[in-house]
Design a protein around this ligand. Structure first.
Ligand SMILES: [Zn+2]
Length: 117
């Protein structure tokens, strides 16, 4: 049995007894349990995000003004990520490499940072 079903069962028993003061206390306790449960779920989700970011952070290697995944440094043309987006928002954003008359530029569509290569 879960704590939620236990509280519901106790609430029903108190309701049958007819003690208003006890009933109000169990209703308040039940509300507190729901609030704690919501907070617990939010914290678990945040922990998952942080663990994932930590794992990714350990795999990233800085090359100049961008990141690539460790072990894939030879694929710099395909797998380069925005340093600003990762450092500030923990978002892994692929950078776009464009050739123009003034040379090659690397840009990020999210933060619009632009770097000359
Ligand atoms: Zn960016």
């Amino acid at each position: 049995m879960s704590i939620i079903s236990d509280v519901k069962e106790v609430t029903e028993l108190i309701k049958k007894i007819g003690n208003q003061e006890l009933y109000e206390k169990i209703v308040n306790l039940s509300d507190d349990i729901f609030t704690l449960r919501e907070e617990n779920l939010a914290l678990k989700e945040k922990l998952k995000e942080l663990e994932s970011a930590f794992e990714t952070d350990n795999k990233l290697v800085r090359h100049g003004n961008y990141y690539c995944v460790e072990g894939h440094e030879d694929a710099l043309n395909d797998s380069i990520y925005c340093m600003a987006c990762w450092d500030h928002d923990r978002k892994l954003v692929n950078l776009i490499r464009e050739s123009g008359y003034d040379g090659v530029t690397i840009s990020c569509n999210i933060c619009n940072s632009r770097k000359a290569q």
